[in-house]
Ligand binder design. Structure first.
Ligand code: ADP
Ligand code: MG
Length: 311
């Protein structure tokens, strides 16, 4: 049975056009889960990961707005909350769908910590904007009072930026493996994992946001997956993206993909991490394959007739 790590992008978890209520999020997850259970039904062994950008951003807003009533939680704790929230919805909806199709598989979410290096260059240069927009005056106060790094974000206001360090090690990897070996459908490294650092033989949380595509690749390698699928808003990755000479990519080998990377075809922070994670996964062991596609094309992509496939 082929083992697949499926990384769910933002739009597999929420509809950008509707108010992000709990009900609306559940509806999107219901749609997403149908596609996933189709794959399980076909006999693939799935391990699920997901992003948390919009969700953790909202949790941060809720915490900051409520700070005068009850203390705001730091970013690592907000990340943990987002894993719990999304994992809860996935467990419920996936559980219902499996049951309705007569598939007897338990589902479990693992609050996953991912070790990063405190000396990672990303800590010197935070780049990832999160949470609400502030005025210049508010930004000044937050910089002093909370030590936030705040930058002007494309004319829209001031925003906190956090580091996005490289994931090094998944703390709960043995738990995840044990569950997989025991037929459990696991949801792990949500939002790229809760960032932690090692200090004097102990680990502790650190304020950062790990890229979920890179963390999913790490997980896929460690559980010896055959395929890494990154589900996103586009059916394929493209070269000359958004230009008149745009060309969608079908099956690409790692050498060609590296060439496209060096030519700057993939946007940092969106398609680039997927492509880089995809190349590294394929190169980590012979026979491994990466697919970048959208939810509704995933079945075709597994059959080789859609998506960008890195081999
Ligand atoms: P996710 O939430 O799935 O991680 P992202 O927004 O981070 O989604 O990344 C996917 C997006 O990357 C696509 O929707 C597309 O707008 C953008 N993108 C940037 N460069 C490319 C490219 N070369 N080919 C395809 N999509 C690209
Ligand atoms: Mg992304």
């Amino acid at each position: 049975m082929e083992k697949i790590v499926v990384a769910l992008g933002g739009n597999a978890l929420q509809d950008g056009n509707t108010n992000p209520t709990a009900e609306a999020q559940l509806k999107v997850i219901e749609q997403t889960v149908k596609y996933l259970v189709d794959l399980i039904d076909q006999g693939y062994n799935l391990v699920i990961t997901h992003g948390n950008g919009p969700q953790v951003g909202r949790i941060v807003i809720q915490n900051e707005m409520g700070n005068e009533v009850t203390p705001a939680m730091p970013l690592d704790v907000c990340g943990a909350m987002s894993q719990g929230m999304i994992g809860y919805h996935m467990q419920q909806v996936l559980g219902n769908e499996l049951k309705s199709r007569g598939i007897n598989r338990p589902v479990a979410t693992i609050a996953t910590q991912v070790i990063v290096d405190e000396k990672d260059e990303a800590f010197k240069k935070p780049t990832k904007p999160i949470g609400p927009f502030y005025t210049k005056e508010e930004a000044k106060i937050l910089e002093i009072e909370k030590g936030y790094n705040i930058v002007e974000d494309s004319g829209r206001g001031y925003r906190r930026v956090v580091p996005s360090p490289q994931p090094k090690k998944i703390v709960e990897i043995e738990t995840i493996k044990t569950l997989i070996d025991n037929n459990v459908i696991v949801i792990a490294v949500g939002g790229g994992g809760i960032p932690v650092v090692e200090e004097n033989e102990k680990i502790k949380g650190i304020e950062a946001v790990i890229d979920k595509d890179l963390a999913s690749k790490l997980l896929a390698e460690h559980i010896d997956a055959d395929i890494l699928i990154m589900l996103t808003a586009v059916e394929k990755a493209a070269i000359n993206f958004g230009k008149p000479n745009q060309q969608w990519l079908d099956v690409v080998n790692t050498e060609d993909m590296k060439k496209y990377v060096s030519e700057g075809h993939f946007a940092p922070g969106s398609m680039l991490p997927k492509v880089l994670a995809g190349i590294e996964f394929v190169e980590s062991k012979p026979g491994r394959k990466t697919i970048i596609t959208s939810l509704d094309s995933v079945k075709e992509a597994l059959a080789g007739s859609n998506g960008t496939i890195i081999m």
